[in-house]
Design a protein around this ligand. Structure first.
Ligand code: AMP
Ligand code: ZN
Length: 496
């Protein structure tokens, strides 16, 4: 922790020195998924970004408590329907069954991308009592009102007292007052268009509903994060993260609720990651400009020429800063795949290399030390993964030169070599979070076996022996290896 970490705080719009409330400890909350459908690549980008942040904080020596929630109730669609409920009806599943199904799939996807598990993963439906308590606190403080069994947050009253509604997202209350951000059926119950529901009375056909002092109903979406973050991290905690599309209204309303209930700002540093695009446009299901993680792994999509491994995708994501948009293109994925392979080859070489002893401190030695320092400086500068990766590649050049004999071990001291080994390995696996593959030889053998099977299959195809060719393809698929035939031959990727 000797090095100083700076983080960009969305609330102040500045890079600030990171000083946790409780020295040596960090409380971090990240808005998790709404589990009503399969996680998409955009979500994955956000969770990978915060995974690297979590990993780097740990690498820096902090004891981190990372809380990421599961939204399983209360997140409404544009037309005011509960997202979970709507989908449960469509799939003819009990809402909890649907939620479990997509929670499991989300966990599976997180593990495919090698993200670390949060320390606590609370669910909205598991915190109904606490949410009702917060509604009551806000009511008691006069920042909410009840109407026909629903409870609304009074944004105008809150802003009159605290002058801060809209500050995070840079909105003006005067404009918000005339703008409706939700499409609740009971708009006329609200005093001002910018007010939002913190408790909603449920209609008869609504299945997920609970008894409360105000009505049989369900909590507003923003409430769960206000409640669960502070329950597990304290009334004020260090980092709150999420995609930047959540700044408004979700995070703005979270702040208002916490202050409205307890009179204190909940978060010291707000961190927001940027959106994933594809071919220069926002990924969107409605106009077909979308690709699922599995389609990207198998290459079964018109947007890519072949499949890419999850770790190549992770590498691609780290090549941009978390606050920049990231544009997914086939070309960029091909480059990322090559880069990832080069990096892992170097890691493998370095792992099996020992300094023979007798080295000296030379200019090259000093240069390596300065690169190691730069890697940490990059990460200390608001988690600049693209720069840290670029610096890591400077080490890759040195590693390859050592291997090829273009650089003599004599030109590097034993200390520097060992330091390079430690830092390189820690960055690749612990900070960037690339998966530790089986020992190099096993990996080489495994890849060789797959290539051999592809060769046998190609022979079979040349002989029009479709039965053998299909058998190899299908059996490989069963064990998680997807083959894809393209104009340049057959490629393969691991799925799952
Ligand atoms: P949701 O499940 O829609 O609540 O989203 C879960 C997380 O993914 C949130 O932090 C969102 O901001 C984030 N997210 C949604 N779409 C994208 C996207 N296209 N790119 C990056 N992050 C996204
Ligand atoms: Zn949230």
């Amino acid at each position: 922790m000797e090095n100083k970490l700076y983080v960009y705080n969305s609330k102040t719009r500045k890079k600030e020195l990171f000083e946790p409330i409780n020295p040596g400890h960090v409380g971090m909350y990240v808005c998790g998924p709404t589990v009503y459908n399969e996680v998409h690549l955009g979500n994955v980008r956000t969770f990978v970004s915060f995974d690297v942040i979590y990993r780097y904080l740990k690498y820096s020596g902090y004891k981190v408590r990372y809380v990421r929630n599961i939204t399983d109730v209360g997140h409404l669609t544009e037309s005011g329907e509960d997202k979970v409920l709507k989908r449960a009806k469509l799939e003819q599943l009990e809402p909890m069954e649907l939620v479990q199904k997509y929670t499991n799939m989300f966990h599976e996807m997180m593990s495919i991308f090698n993200t670390l598990n949060p320390d606590i993963e609370p669910r909205a439906t598991g915190h109904l009592i606490e949410q009702m308590e917060m509604v009551q606190e806000i009511l008691d403080n006069g920042y909410a009102y009840e109407k026909n069994g629903s409870v609304y947050f009074d944004t105008l009253k809150f802003n009159d007292d605290y002058k801060s509604y809209g500050k995070l997202s840079g909105r003006k209350i005067d404009e918000l007052l005339t703008e409706t951000r939700d499409d609740l059926k009971n708009q006329d119950e609200k005093r001002h268009a910018s007010d939002f529901a913190i408790w909603m009375k449920a209609s008869d056909e609504h299945i997920m509903k609970w008894n409360s002092p105000w009505s049989v109903g369900f909590p507003g979406w923003h409430l769960e994060c206000s409640v669960m973050s502070t329950k597990y991290l304290g009334e004020t905690f260090d980092i709150h993260g999420g995609g930047n599309d959540l700044k408004f209204p979700h995070h703005e309303n979270e702040i208002a609720q916490n202050i409205g209930a307890r009179g204190v700002e909940p978060v010291k540093y707000w961190l927001h990651s940027n959106m994933l695009l594809m071919n220069g446009r926002k990924m969107s299901k409605s106009d077909g400009n979308t690709i699922s993680p599995y389609e990207l792994f198998t290459g079964e999509s018109p947007h890519v020429s072949k499949g890419y491994s999850p770790m190549a995708v992770r590498f691609f994501m780290l090549q941009s800063h978390y606050r920049s948009t990231l544009d997914l293109t086939d070309q960029a994925m091909q480059a990322a795949e090559k880069g990832y392979k080069k990096l892992m080859d170097a890691a493998h070489i370095l792992n099996s290399m020992e300094h023979p002893g007798k080295g000296e401190v030379t200019d090259k030695d000093k240069k390596i030390l300065s690169i190691l320092e730069a890697m940490e400086n990059d990460m200390n500068d608001d988690f600049n993964t693209p720069k840290a990766l670029a610096d890591t590649f400077e080490l890759v050049n040195y590693i390859n030169k050592l291997k090829d004999g273009h650089l003599d071990f004599k030109e590097i001291s034993v200390d520097t070599f060992n330091k390079m080994k430690d830092t390189f390995v820690s960055f690749v696996y612990d900070v960037f979070g690339f998966r530790k593959e089986a020992a190099g030889d096993d990996k080489g053998m495994f890849e060789g076996m797959v290539e051999l099977l592809i060769t046998i299959r190609n022979e079979a195809r040349a002989n029009k022996d479709w039965a053998t060719s299909d058998l190899i393809r299908d059996k490989l698929k069963e064990i998680g290896i997807q083959l894809k035939d393209g104009k340049d031959g057959t490629s393969w990727s691991k799925v799952g």
